[in-house]
Design a protein around this ligand. Sequence first.
Ligand SMILES: *Cc1c(COP(=O)(O)O)cnc(C)c1O
Ligand SMILES: [Zn+2]
Length: 410
Amino acid sequence: MDYSYISHLYCPKCLQTYEKDAIHHLCDCGAPLLVEYNLDRLAKEWRPADLERRKPDLWRYHELLPVQSEEHVTTMGEGMTPLLSMPTLGEDMELPNLLMKDEGIIPTGAFKARGAAVGVSKAKELGVEALAMPTNGNAGAAWALYAARAHISSTIVMPVDAPSITRNECALSGANLFLVNGLISDAGKMVAEAVKKQGLYDVSTLKEPYRIEGKKTMGLEIAEQLNWKLPDVILYPTGGGVGLIGIYKALQELQALGWLEGQKMPRLVAVQAEGCAPIVEAWKQGKTESVFWENSQTQAFGINVPKAIGDFLILHALYETDGCAIAVEEDEILKELKQVAKLEGSFVCPEGAAAFLAARRLREQNWIKQEESVVVLNTGAGIKYPDTAEVDVPVLEPGESLPLASSFVK
Ligand SMILES: *Cc1c(COP(=O)(O)O)cnc(C)c1O
Ligand SMILES: [Zn+2]
């Protein structure tokens, strides 16, 4: 058996194909490229039981990943994050079958580690020595750290108001880090120019075809963790949408392998914030592409993406699965975050809180039925955003006696 069953790259827009052993970015037509595998051959040679003795990380699916030689794998043990039941929060939302896929406990504290692990490993295999990317924070941190481990140099540009911890992660890992007084779209233009002038390997969202392959492992894991029985609904906080496109691609590949026989695809939900909802707007109008969202703003920084290059792929996945896109109210995100912490003891990131809030709203609208099984992606750790919530706690002098605990109950 081969380590990877990669066959070639293809353009989902114009269907042009590209060979797998050279460096490619976008298709000549400007669309992102996707990886195709020899699924017919793999279906004959690979069984779910083969996974049983493998390590609990995302490389357990190496046949469906693009890295061809194991020696190029750069890993920190990422993947196989918990799929937890959320009974108390579920009761509060009237969703007794509510589950959380918790990406908060993955190296670098955000699911971006998946894309970085696979993307950096493949870059290593392709002989890349220097990469560059714009970021809202978490992706830059993950890529800078994985690049450091792979001895690849990195150039990262992020908005000045990106979460400060991600700034530290990049700087301490030795990346060439620059802050820009603007948005990720501004950072993107600056990186594009540097890529051209300095010959760097461009790893901007979907401008290299392998990040999505790493992110797709969330879909593979959800299916495996549910014993190859798909949930009814999956909610995903959507910025560039790579995670959502990846989950959809993963489930389609599992269908093609015959591991999900006769099952309906889960309805995929793209969750955005009111202050940045280009996909929601496009979905409402039945469009196949989105329009740049002016002056976008949200505390859920990972989903502050005014125009996603893969928007047509996100929308395609929503239409094909009878899913939807929903924008949640900015002021309610923090309330939902507190609710998740209080009822389930989980300190989720604001993006994850937005996704829980979307589940609540869709249940209220009866778009999700009470008995349906629902998976919410918490895409990162709350502890990466120390400034999201302000708390008011009493400060005592040494020796002072504690007020009755009951007086704290809120
Ligand atoms: C990047 C990010 C997202 C959005 O992911 P996409 O795949 O780009 O849509 C969501 N949550 C967090 C915490 C992120 O860092
Ligand atoms: Zn094309």
